[in-house]
Write a protein that binds this ligand. Structure first.
Ligand SMILES: NC(=O)c1ccc[n+]([C@@H]2O[C@H](COP(=O)([O-])OP(=O)(O)OC[C@H]3O[C@@H](n4cnc5c(N)ncnc54)[C@H](OP(=O)(O)O)[C@@H]3O)[C@@H](O)[C@H]2O)c1
Length: 288
């Protein structure tokens, strides 16, 4: 049998990708720590339990790889998995990487380099997710509860991307894993336009009618907010420090990769907001 093992298959990109692949007639295996009973495509998979890796990979010739979340160093957990994938002759790995490099966290770069080094394996360097503006992400949770965004990024802009467009780009690469020498191995994935937090908040306000305040804070305070939301300390500090780079304009980037790969332009932030407008209603407002 051949098909695609979708790690993070219950997450934002993985779930959408599995649907797209099924729609294109590609067999999928959906990996999760808690596979749903009765779904023949579901398989138990835990980064922290290497004994689950071989069975998940067995018979699959392609992999969508969502590395372990909330860690500054995914390599110790992913390395043995990649070694097993190589041993089994997996033709294509599509890694969900990040355009933003966490400070003092070389493990993510090491992982991307490892994937890029193998012919047919590719890295998606995704920009910040538009879905971060939705709960349960700490950013979205604060908007929903308090109608506010706290940021250390000032007026710096980011090329926010809708996770549905990441899934579509991954799908294009996984459906057609034909490998030619000189194939591109690295794609910067962004939305169509870079936006500051202030600009994003103004779009949410305009589309939903809910005023969203933007409060400027320091990276240390932001890290505290992330920690309070349950992120491990080291990861929270690294994630907050990213905002200094946004402030300096380092993430003010857009690419044509989604259009090039899928034939469709990436969704605009306003479209994303339209599709989720009810999710920013103030907490308690929908109660009878
Ligand atoms: N947020 C951003 O702006 C952004 C930007 C660029 C890249 N990224 C990257 O995108 C990735 C996804 O992040 P997300 O927060 O949006 O999460 P997500 O994909 O929505 O959900 C996390 C997924 O990972 C799975 N998972 C969690 N712990 C696992 C474990 N120990 N073993 C196996 N699977 C596990 C979960 O599956 P189960 O719970 O079913 O096991 C779930 O499907 C991260 O690697 C992040 O670095 C994020």
């Amino acid at each position: 049998m051949t098909g695609v093992l979708v790690t993070g298959g219950t997450g934002k990109t993985g779930n959408a990708l599995a649907e797209l692949l099924r729609g294109n007639g590609v067999p999928v295996r959906v990996a999760s720590r808690n596979p749903s009973d009765g779904d023949p495509d579901a398989v138990r998979f835990d980064w922290g339990d290497p004994t689950t890796h071989p069975a998940a990979l067995s018979g699959m010739d392609r992999v969508y790889l969502v590395p372990p979340t909330n860690t500054t160093d995914p390599m110790p957990l992913v390395k043995p998995f990649l070694a097993e994938a190589e041993r089994l002759g997996v033709r294509r790995v599509v890694l969900l990487g990040s355009a933003i490099v966490l400070p003092n966290a070389p493990g993510a770069l090491e992982l991307a380099a490892r994937v890029r080094a193998r012919p047919g394996w590719v890295v998606l360097r995704a920009s910040g997710f538009m879905q971060n503006f939705l709960a349960p992400h700490p950013l979205g949770e604060r908007i929903r509860r308090h109608g506010e965004i706290r940021t250390a990024a000032g007026a710096g802009r980011l090329g926010w991307i809708d996770t549905r467009d990441i899934a579509a780009a991954a799908c294009a690469l996984l459906i057609d894993p034909g490998v030619e020498p000189g194939d591109q191995r690295d794609y910067l994935l962004t939305g169509p336009k870079a936006l500051s937090y202030q600009e994003a908040a103004a779009i949410i306000t305009a589309r939903t009618g809910r005023p969203i305040r933007v409060l400027h804070t320091g990276a240390d305070e932001l890290a505290g907010t992330y920690r309070a939301a349950g992120m491990p300390g080291e990861f929270a500090v690294a994630l907050a420090a990213v905002e200094d780079g946004i402030k300096a304009g380092r993430e003010d980037l857009v690419s044509t990769a989604v259009l090039d790969l899928t034939g469709r332009p990436p969704r605009r932030f306003a479209e994303f907001v339209q599709d989720h407008a009810t999710e920013w209603a103030p907490v308690g407002s929908s109660e009878c």
